[in-house]
Design a protein around this ligand. Structure first.
Ligand SMILES: Cc1ncc(COP(=O)(O)O)c(C=O)c1O
Length: 443
């Protein structure tokens, strides 16, 4: 229970017992002790009443600032009507949302399926692709891709050499991808992109058994190191999929709903996949994910898909209000403008702060790679952890890359309605902690 007057848990002993009863290890570091009790817009508060600017948007999900009154109102209104509708029935927000998504979906991606988590949306996309290429045996993914933590999506993500789950996971084929900050030795970014397209085609022709049903990729790799794939690679993969009749799946769970400064990365790159997954930002803080699929694909038959709570009316209603707010408040434009402001300041900061190796966008899909040496580009994960810890102490929650890539990214991904003043405060804190860390001389 929470004591609402104080915004504090009223029983510390229960909190402690609860903490010890959780099956997941706490996340390492000081921040594991932060308990969040309230959120509003770009801010969150802990149980000591301390306010933080949340530049993680809680796993880049609160594209619209937290607890937006329009979203809360829509969710409460739905709560009073009906909260649970199993997939055999329709609900008003289900049909309204499907109709609304047609207005903003790229190309002919006009058929929609819903669930509550991005990982399950990725599984839905994989199932639909294999259904439409019956008999083919392989799924190709990128070597630093990330698609979730269900058994199937863990297998479709970057390699986990010590995973205890390998015995019960499917096996997918991973291919290399270009990395504009670290192109392969002696190659330009463009030559690297063309080489990776050749390697992909070789893999399709000679590297897999049983034919390729689908290629799944994030247009901008998120958790796997924030790699901004060159447009030539994305258009090249589209062209290869057309030639080999392979289903192209784009995972826009992180890049969708305005984060890049456009509604979808597909709009930014002018490429339309056959299936796109979405999640995170669509729900306005409520759990919602799903797929949009080309009208050319055959949909699911009874029994092939459909989860008990998969079309949760409260989240669907919240999502309708969220999309209206993203459009009405012109948040794609704000993401673009605030991303441009952040990038300009970070590049200026890089003239003084040698730890900054690279500054990446687009929009508020923004991050900084920290390096020991700009020539060798040797990453420093230790400095990133220290930035993360010190910034939190100063009231700014920045994102850190802990699991994949090189562990040296600081992610700057606030809600899309972040103000210039909030962005300035967060960047001032980032600058200050980089200065402290550089002065300590230990990274
Ligand atoms: C690109 C991408 N795909 C899939 C997922 C998995 O989503 P969820 O954690 O909702 O299952 C994530 C989550 O971080 C993601 O970033």
């Amino acid at each position: 229970m929470i004591d609402h007057a104080l915004n504090k848990p009223n029983n510390q002993a229960t909190m402690e017992l609860g903490r010890r009863s959780l099956i997941h290890d706490p996340i390492e570091g000081d921040l594991s002790k932060i308990m969040l009790v309230r959120a509003k817009g770009c801010s969150v508060w802990d149980d000591h009443g301390r306010e933080y600017l949340d530049f993680t948007s809680q796993a880049w999900s609160n594209n619209l600032g937290a607890n937006d009154p329009r979203v809360v109102k829509a969710a409460i209104a739905q709560l009073h009507e009906i909260t649970h509708v199993r997939p055999n029935f329709n609900s008003i927000p289900l049909l309204e949302l499907a109709a609304k998504l047609r207005e903003i979906s790229p190309g002919d991606l006009n058929r929609f399926g819903f669930c509550l988590h991005g990982s399950l949306a990725a599984e839905m996309a994989i199932k639909l692709a294999f259904k439409n290429r019956f008999g083919r045996q392989s799924l190709i993914v990128l070597q630093d891709g990330y698609h979730g933590r269900s058994l199937t999506t863990l297998a479709a993500s970057w390699p986990h050499p010590n995973s205890p789950f390998l015995a019960i996971q499917p096996r997918f084929t991973r291919v290399p991808h270009p990395d504009p900050y670290r192109p392969r030795k002696g190659l330009t970014v463009e030559a690297d992109s063309q080489l990776c397209l050749q390697l992909l085609e070789d893999m399709i022709n000679k590297g897999v058994d049983g034919g390729v049903a689908a290629i799944m990729l994030e247009p901008i790799l998120g958790n796997g190191g924030h790699v901004v794939l060159p447009k030539s690679f994305l258009t090249g993969v589209r062209e290869i999929c057309n030639r080999y009749d392979i289903v192209l799946i784009w995972d826009e769970i992180q890049s969708g709903f305005g984060r890049t400064g456009r509604m979808f990365a597909a709009d930014l790159y002018g490429v339309v996949p056959d299936i796109m997954t979405f999640g995170k930002g669509i729900g306005g803080g409520f759990p919602l994910a799903g797929i949009m699929a080309s009208e050319r694909l055959t949909g699911f038959s009874a029994g092939e898909d459909g989860l008990t709570f998969g079309s949760f009316p409260v989240a669907l209603a919240a999502s309708l209000a969220t999309i209206d707010a993203i459009i009405g408040d012109k948040l794609c434009q704000n993401a673009h403008d605030m991303g441009a402001y952040a990038t300009e300041r970070l590049l200026k900061m890089a003239e003084r702060r040698k730890l900054i190796g690279d500054v990446r966008g687009p929009g508020l899909f923004c991050s900084v790679e920290l390096v020991k040496d700009r020539v060798t580009k040797e990453p420093t994960a230790a400095a990133a952890s220290e930035v993360y810890r010190r910034a939190a102490q100063k009231g700014v929650l920045l994102g850190e890359s802990r699991y994949a890539g090189l562990g040296n990214l600081i992610k700057i991904k606030p809600p899309l309605d972040v103000t210039r003043a909030q962005m300035k405060t967060a960047l001032d804190v980032f600058d200050e902690v980089l200065g402290e860390i550089e002065a300590s001389g230990s990274y």
